[in-house]
Ligand binder design. Structure first.
Ligand code: SF4
Length: 338
């Protein structure tokens, strides 16, 4: 297990601007010594460094902190219900490493906490009442919870809540594989099938230790999928994405989504223009395994859900923005405010 570090002096010799220090005041810096060891050069051109270094751009502009209205879409504590049969359960509010592109960075300054057993039961009961079939256990990072508790959460949703599909979102295998215990894997294997949604963004995040963990997770019967985020200056090149997606597949991990970076306060400097995002998929289609090509997932503001795009999608425009259609058929305008 690697130590978690929070001091900005850890980033030396890189010199933060005054604005970047202010950004760290609003959105605290935190990472692990393991993830820091993957940095090859202390510069914003380094794909790992860029994901952990505070930037002055985070506090420029005034995009909303919660455009997806997560707080308003919670019928019971910790459970976000946006789709008819699917919900997200926020099990805790802390991570081992604060990703600068996190769409929930608004909660980073909260006191670390997790859902209580009573709240999990309440959420499971709500799922049963509402006919929810698919629950994503997210956070924070649920892999940081005690193994027995995470196992209990999963069991309660499955048995008490009647949930058919269970997913757990985690970045811990990427930022500190040594912290993922054998006990956790064994506990989760008892609740199988369970889908583990990993979060690799760049081939520089692969290590022998991480690969060994993926192998063990597979052996325990966990189904491994990956959700990357498309990040300007980190992975917005077809060659990088091709290597990432094929490398994931080779390691037994299905690239499921690549998320369009959200238009959320503190994150927008990572945003890639949507036509370029689709263009990157187009460049890859036919040149990598069809299994390796993920959907491009765009979360549209207003809590209207995700729009999934593929390499063949055209992008009509209106009033200087992209015209997207949600899963309910509703048309929404999407893009930077001009
Ligand atoms: S691991 Fe996920 S929830 Fe945690 S900071 Fe990174 S993106 Fe946010």
């Amino acid at each position: 297990m690697s130590r978690i570090v929070t001091g900005l002096n850890t980033l030396e010799p890189f010199v933060l601007t005054r604005e970047a220090v202010a950004a760290a005041g609003e959105f605290p810096f935190k990472t692990t010594e393991y993830y820091l060891s993957l940095v090859r050069s202390c510069s914003e051109d380094d794909p790992v460094f860029r994901q952990i270094v505070p930037s002055g751009e985070e506090i420029a502009g005034n995009y909303p902190s919660d455009p997806f209205m997560e707080e308003e879409k919670m019928p019971v504590p910790h459970l976000i219900h946006r789709y008819p049969q699917r919900a997200v359960f926020l099990a805790n509010n802390f991570c081992a490493s604060n990703c600068r592109h996190c769409m929930r960075k608004r909660i980073w300054k909260e006191k670390p906490s997790s859902a209580s057993l009573e709240e999990v039961r309440e959420a499971a009961d709500y799922c049963r009442r509402s006919g929810i079939e698919d629950v994503i256990i997210s956070g924070g990072d649920p892999f940081l919870l005690p193994p027995e508790f995470l196992g209990e959460i999963a069991t309660l949703f499955r048995k008490r809540g009647g949930v058919k599909v269970l997913r757990i979102g985690t970045r811990l295998p990427v930022v500190d594989p040594g912290r993922v215990s054998g006990k956790l894997l064994k506990t989760l294997s008892h609740v199988s099938p369970i889908y583990i949604m990993l979060h690799y963004n760049h081939p520089a995040e692969w290590t022998p230790q991480g690969d060994e963990l993926l192998r063990k997770m597979g052996t325990c019967g966990l189904i491994l999928m990956n959700q990357s985020v498309l990040l300007k200056g980190v992975n917005d090149e077809a060659s990088v994405l091709g290597e990432l997606f094929m490398g994931l597949l080779e390691r037994g991990v299905k690239p499921y989504y690549i998320h369009q970076c959200d238009l959320v306060r503190g994150v927008t400097h990572f945003w890639v223009d949507l036509s370029r995002s689709v263009g990157l998929l187009r460049e890859l289609q036919g040149y990598i395994s069809g299994l390796a090509l993920p959907y491009l997932a765009v979360d549209v503001p207003g809590g209207l859900g995700k729009v999934l795009l593929g390499p063949s999608d055209s992008l009509p425009r209106k009033e200087g923005k992209y015209l997207l259609r949600t899963y309910t058929g509703r048309e929404v305008l999407y893009g930077f405010d001009s």
